[in-house]
Design a protein around this ligand. Structure first.
Ligand code: 13P
Ligand code: SF4
Length: 303
């Protein structure tokens, strides 16, 4: 079906089903363009919790749809491609976390939202890239903090807050595709540009950047800045988001190889199909959801 017809079909089905389409900033351009709401992990979880529609089509990866399902158990949460997972989230399992907590009685667990609902259920505070510093700072001094799954986000938070933490050894394979030479090369080509990188990159990259920000933070930074050119060290979907929002500025990907294959599994055909069949539905076992919700609400209260 031609793209225009597909988009029309999605818009008609959306109204019929009382649905809303949420999309993460890393989604393919055509998905970003059809979404009702685009955002980072924090924006989207807040929005999912307050949306009045009965159905949420979540264009992102599994943990994002699962977070929406935990926060809005009364709504139908659909992930158009159920195999769109996050390899970093899969690097941490609840059993291993429970074992680590037993080794450190009295510790406080801060978990990146890029995690499974089972891991969140064993967590005291969730965090996203937008609020990780605030959340860790809210933990009383003297408490042992277990942070996971992202060792690079955790390392950056340690550097910024001075809080020592036990770090899980997970990482994002997509952000590891950004190498120091990419940043050096982009600086050489665009000497006046501000270099913005996501805290999921490794420290060899953050040390070369001008600012370290989550995807929502990047948008807010550009909004306030008078600079015209930006090098963007994160998943490449972010370039479409920024370029569309700020047509008078120029954005350059640190490398076009930083592409999250899972984020790119969502396509217009799958969105149309999922609105038609009202599936695949993402659900969370109520006992797990209740405990995971506590950790997410603890985060939402801080931010
Ligand atoms: P943001 O919360 O900054 O959008 O990041 C989500 C993510 O998956 C980064 O890889
Ligand atoms: Fe997970 Fe990395 Fe993809 Fe984000 S970019 S969803 S952290 S694999």
């Amino acid at each position: 079906m031609p793209k225009r017809q597909l988009v029309e079909k999605i818009l008609a089905l959306k109204a019929e089903r009382d649905a809303i389409i949420l999309a993460h900033n890393y989604q393919p351009p055509e998905i970003q363009d059809v979404a009702d709401r685009l955002g980072d992990s924090l924006d989207l979880s807040r929005f999912a919790a307050s949306a009045s529609e009965k159905v949420i089509v979540f264009c992102g990866v599994h943990f994002m749809a699962e977070t929406a399902a935990v926060l809005s158990p009364e709504k139908t949460i659909i992930l158009p491609e159920p195999t769109a997972g996050c390899p970093m989230a899969d690097m941490m399992c609840a059993e291993d976390l429970v074992a680590l907590k037993m080794k450190h009685p009295g510790s406080v667990v801060v978990t990146y939202v890029n995690s499974t609902a089972e891991v969140k259920a064993e967590t005291d505070f969730c965090c996203t890239s937008a609020n990780a510093l605030r959340v860790v700072q809210a933990v009383p001094e003297g408490k042992t903090i277990i942070f996971g799954p992202d060792k690079y986000l955790g390392g950056w938070v340690t550097e910024q807050t001075g809080r020592k933490m036990i770090l899980w050894q997970g990482y994002c394979p997509t952000h590891q595709k950004i190498h120091p030479e990419h940043i050096q090369e982009q600086r050489r080509i665009h000497p006046g540009a501000v270099v913005m990188v996501h805290p999921e990159v490794n420290p060899a990259i953050t040390s070369l950047a001008d600012v370290v920000l989550g995807t929502g933070g990047m948008i807010a930074y550009v909004e306030k800045s008078s600079v015209r050119e930006f090098v963007v060290g994160t998943e490449t979907g972010m370039i479409h988001r920024l370029q569309k929002k700020f047509p008078d500025r120029e954005f350059f990907a640190a490398t076009k190889h930083a592409l999250c294959p899972n984020m790119k599994k969502i396509a217009l055909e799958k969105v149309a199909q999922s609105l038609e069949s009202l599936g695949p539905v993402i659900g969370v076992e109520p006992g797990i959801a209740e405990r995971a919700r506590r950790a997410l609400r603890a985060m939402l209260e801080i931010s």
